[in-house]
Ligand binder design. Sequence first.
Ligand code: CMC
Length: 429
Amino acid sequence: MSNKKASIEFDGKSLELDTIVGTENEIGIDITSLRAKTGMITLDPGYGNTGSCTSDITFIDGEKGILRHRGYAIEDLAANSTFVETAFLVLYGHLPSEIELATFEEELSEHSSLHYGLKHHFDGFPENAPPMAVLSAMLNTLACYNTELLTTATEGPGFTVPTMKILSKVRAISAWAYRSSVGKPFMPPRPDLSYTGNFLHMMFSDTFKPYEVLPEVERAMDLFFVLHADHEQNCSTSTVRLVGSSRASLFTSVAAGVGALWGPLHGGANAEVIKMLTNIHENGIDPKEYVEQAKDKNSNVKLMGFGHRVYKSFDPRAKILKEQVDIVLKAMNIEDPLLDIAKELEEMARSDSYFVERNLYPNVDFYSGILLRAIGIPVDMFTVLFAIGRMPGWIANWREMHVQNMRINRPRQVYTGASLRPYTPMGER
Ligand code: CMC
């Protein structure tokens, strides 16, 4: 708490409210006593001005384009860390020692395969089942095979076992969802490979032909996961917290997070960007005309991969990914016409007053699709990869909420419907 107070005046009465100042000097007005003392609530559709919690995990300054996990700059982590190390950092608050990292990696390996019973569930999905639906369903199915772990423990095996199972098995579930959709046999995990190498192996190896991964590709894929590891109280993380606040298990809370991430305004945007670029390319649309359509509110067209609720300058993750795209395309000797279109769209939008005035910059999804496409990831798997990357952030937020013994999340509303009226019998309606 800070010793500065805020006050609200209404109908000649005034209420003094406490304020809280965060580590980076963000100020929040604490309104927890508002309704009890005044009978009033606040109204903030879309929660643009509402802090739902205090958190030690991730700091974003959207005006300055800053993203830090546990105090470490995303640029620093991207240059020096791996996804497994960053996941540990996000979960436990500090960079792991050598022993901690080795144990963490060992536990991930230990939990990498799927229970035999789970394999049959994949056969039950239709061929064209969206992989995000499969992922969410299978995370809930994991709960069915681990009923002893449906707790809200935040320490000890009650927390670490479900955490390691989810972090590790999410790769096999995702890879197998893909393989069953293309009629390929499941590929068992290989404990000798890195976290990311193992995922690529389960996606792309064939029985007699192991997938040979270029070091640049493995690094870029790992970096993609690092860049998605957490992003404070976004739509899916807030969903995980909301579901978890009812004391639902970690399995079902992260399964709900997958559902929230799926939408095109959130994680689904990475697939939408590629669909947009492909549409422009294949139908010979002039990028200038497309930008004009995106500015027209009646067109229902948006420049996908642009804009962000929090970033009002460059999304630092987009900058890092843009560099990686060039590195991977060069290493794989690929020229992608969609990259040229993306760069052209970015250039146009960055000098167009509509985008400049609204501070609309490329976000993490703008270039990530081109990277994933080059690696050979099918478009409908893009958001699944976002979910794999976001898993440590969801779990860390779920844990923090329980460590803080958070109340059940239950927003209020201002009712605007009909007042009390008598029931009308059928013949009189
Ligand atoms: N193309 C054209 N206009 C846009 C766009 C866009 N991509 N994004 C925002 N605007 C306009 C919007 O119409 C509004 O204009 P006006 O003030 O005239 O009404 C203004 O910019 C402010 O936008 P908003 O819709 O109030 O912003 P929001 O904070 O509610 O929504 C957003 C943020 C990310 C949902 C939105 O920018 C968007 O739909 N972008 C495209 C989808 C996308 O790329 N999503 C990925 C987000 S990053 C990954 C993640 O973490 O989810």
